[in-house]
Design a protein around this ligand. Structure first.
Ligand code: NAP
Length: 312
């Protein structure tokens, strides 16, 4: 049985994400043949690190020299760039595929529809990883997931590329990207926002931010490890996990006293903690009492939120 050769890969955009993917794919044995960017210096700098890879002046030259082209530009430029590209889909390419792919988690794959109209395959390849732009990204990305939106041969190719980076391919249905991306904030920037809320509240007790972070980050790291080992419900700790209704009531009361949205935030997150507690063997009567206390507090806090004051 004869196998198709590996697809030639091209990149339009040579920023933080492209640097990791282009080097990672190349290390894994894929031919990364062509790179263009807004400035030639960026394209040359990346191409010079990859064997047999050319830096081009125009994005069109990348599409002409690759089977699968990654549009690794800022989200606002994906549609405008895709509109300018001509994909030559006459005849079957050697690797059996002619495709244009973007790497955004939020933007729709439909932005690439001009390529599909020309007969090419289109898809999304979104690594769940925050790229620093450093070379270390190619190692650190191992074990992450890459969310793939594509059909047929392109889906197989993108899944193989994710695996080649040491990542887990994750499939997303068409049209689901905006919700998927919005929800993922809870594991990235909103985790930082939770820390920032604690730092702000501790500041009222005279704690410096550095001291607070030194205390909080190991606890967060431990929580993540426990979640990895035992799952979310069993990693839940704190008063809700124990059914300590009086502690939750007193904390809600204190935060209501501070004004602003502190009690609302605590109340809404405690609602989610109650849902986790219901999924494990916690004392049900106490959990329901906590749920009641939260709803009462949320009702009272709405007025404070409208006033918009909070601890700075
Ligand atoms: N950064 C992350 O953590 C991350 C994670 C997952 C997904 N993504 C997605 O990956 C994509 C790229 O993000 P990034 O973080 O790598 O951005 P970035 O670091 O800002 O790099 C963007 C690159 O695109 C080039 N560029 C900008 N406009 C262009 C245009 N009109 N034509 C050709 N090249 C252009 C820039 O050129 P010059 O270098 O020449 O100025 C730069 O090399 C985005 O869709 C983003 O949503 C990023």
């Amino acid at each position: 049985m004869s196998h198709s050769p590996l697809p030639r890969l091209g990149f339009i955009g040579a920023g933080r994400l492209a640097r990791c993917l282009a080097l990672g794919f190349s290390h894994a044995g894929y031919p990364v043949t062509a790179i263009a960017s807004r400035t030639q210096a960026s394209a040359r700098q990346l191409a010079s690190q990859i064997d047999h890879c050319a830096a081009y002046e125009h994005p069109q030259q990348v599409v002409d020299a690759a089977d699968v082209t990654f549009l690794a530009v800022p989200d606002d430029s994906i549609g405008t760039t895709a509109n300018t590209l001509r994909l030559d889909c006459a005849g079957t390419p050697e690797a059996g595929l002619r495709a244009l792919v973007h790497c955004s988690g939020a933007s729709p794959v439909e932005l690439l529809s001009p390529a599909r109209t020309q007969g090419a395959s289109i898809g999304g390849f979104h690594p769940l990883y925050l790229f620093s732009g450093d070379r270390a990204d190619t190692e650190r990305i191992r074990g992450c997931s890459v969310t793939i939106e594509a059909d047929g041969a392109l889906k197989d190719t993108l899944s193989a590329l994710a695996t080649a980076l040491g990542c887990h391919p994750l499939s997303i249905p068409a049209g689901g990207r905006m919700l998927y991306h919005g929800a993922a904030h809870y594991a990235a920037s909103f985790a930082l926002c939770s820390l920032a809320e604690c730092v702000a509240l501790w500041r009222t007790l005279g704690f410096a931010e550095d001291d607070a972070l030194r205390a909080l980050l190991p606890m967060l790291a431990g929580t993540i490890e426990t979640a990895r080992d035992k799952g979310l419900p069993n990693a839940l700790a704190g008063p809700v996990s124990r059914g300590d209704t009086s502690v939750v009531r007193k904390q809600l009361g204190l935060l209501e006293g501070l004004g602003g949205d502190h009690a609302t935030l605590y109340g809404l997150l405690t609602r989610r903690a109650v849902e986790l507690a219901r999924r494990r063997s916690a004392p049900p009567a106490a959990i329901e009492a906590i749920a009641e206390a939260v709803e009462e507090s949320l009702e009272r806090s709405v007025n404070h939120v409208m006033a918009g004051t909070s601890v700075k």
